[in-house]
Design a protein. Structure first.
Length: 336
């Protein structure tokens, strides 16, 4: 804004100063807020996020646990509101060693306090923390070079859908090193695609027995359970997959629809929105799942928004007709 002439600017400033002075005589500055928010991020020793489901306990200065929250897919947990004082954290979970932090101080008026906790992978769970990427199975690290080479060759053939060659390499890897969980999982994929679903499932089950934290094996078994309409079993396996691979879009899509089918509409909406926050170009149908869950929850405005999102992202998608019909039903006046 331009002020002119100069005398007008000076006069205005003088009036402003007088007003501030008068205000200062009657208004006291606000006190600093008494409560704060604590944001915790938990990572492995290589700074990779631990993912979903690690327990974070908040402990007060007397050593008593006053709250606990499980980490989200980014390894984060938030406690709010908290009074000023001294606190500590205890982190526990199936895939991490227990860690207790030293005391930290949340001061009055801090607003948001951040704590970062680094934890080792749990050796008793058969995991080893690597320099980069998430922890991997100790069994895989111990695989002989010959087994690794056969597995890599099997994956190359699998990517080309050369089923006979892939099968031969995976079987050879398992002959050399029977504990190679990923080779067993790869063999399962081959068997499922060559008309042997019984042995395929057995191979996936063997892979998960060898490495209980192998997301691909858990996902493959979850899809089999889902297609067999064993939705409770599918949900457990999908959550197991997402513990090790929290940003797996396919697992999130299956989980959202599984939760919808189980009548868990709130959970389905939450899972759908986790997927929406990722690159989901191939999984836009998740918005239709979310919309149906929101209809069940009697939240029509949010349901309409989800249908609209689907139509924006996939106007000619396979569920476009269903989305338009659902949107029209929500926008039609309710008959008396």
């Amino acid at each position: 804004m331009q002020w002119s002439p100069r005398t007008l600017r000076l006069t205005s400033l003088a009036v402003l100063f007088l007003a501030v002075a008068a205000l200062a005589q009657t208004v006291q500055p606000p006190e600093a807020p008494t409560n704060s928010e604590l944001r915790v991020r938990v990572t492995y020793l290589n700074d990779q996020a631990v993912g979903v489901g690690i327990r974070v306990e908040l402990v007060n200065s007397s050593g008593l646990a006053i709250n606990q929250i499980f980490t989200d897919e980014l390894g984060q947990a938030t406690f709010s509101p908290l009074r000023p004082g001294y606190y500590s954290l205890k982190v526990t979970g199936a895939t991490v060693e227990d860690v207790a932090t030293p005391n930290f101080h949340i001061v009055r008026g801090e607003g948001v306090h951040y704590e970062y906790v680094r934890v080792p992978a749990k050796s008793s769970a058969g995991l080893v923390t690597t320099e980069s990427g998430p922890p991997i199975s100790a069994l895989e690290l111990n695989a002989p070079d010959g087994a690794r080479k056969e597995y890599d060759a099997g994956m190359a053939a699998l990517n080309l859908k050369n089923w006979p060659e892939a099968k031969a390499h995976f079987e050879k890897a398992l002959q050399i090193y029977p504990q190679h969980a990923k080779a067993s999982n790869g063999l399962g994929v081959v068997l499922m695609n060559t008309g042997d679903p019984v042995r395929g499932r057995q191979a996936f089950e063997a892979a998960l027995r060898l490495d209980g934290h192998l997301p691909s094996a858990a996902l493959n078994l979850a899809v089999i359970a889902y297609k067999g309409k064993r939705y409770a079993e599918a949900e457990e396996l999908l959550n197991r997959c997402l513990t090790g691979d929290p940003m797996n879009q396919e697992a999130l899509l299956y989980l959202a629809n599984t939760q919808l089918l189980l009548g868990q509409s709130e959970e389905a909406v939450s899972t759908a929105r986790r997927l929406h926050n990722l690159d989901h170009a191939d999984y836009t149908i998740v918005h239709v799942i979310a919309a149906q869950a929101l209809v069940n929850l009697k939240r029509p405005d949010e349901a309409a928004s989800e249908y609209q999102l689907y139509l924006q992202e996939s106007p000619a998608g396979p569920a476009a007709g269903r989305a338009r019909a659902g949107l029209q039903a929500l926008q039609s006046p309710t008959p008396h």
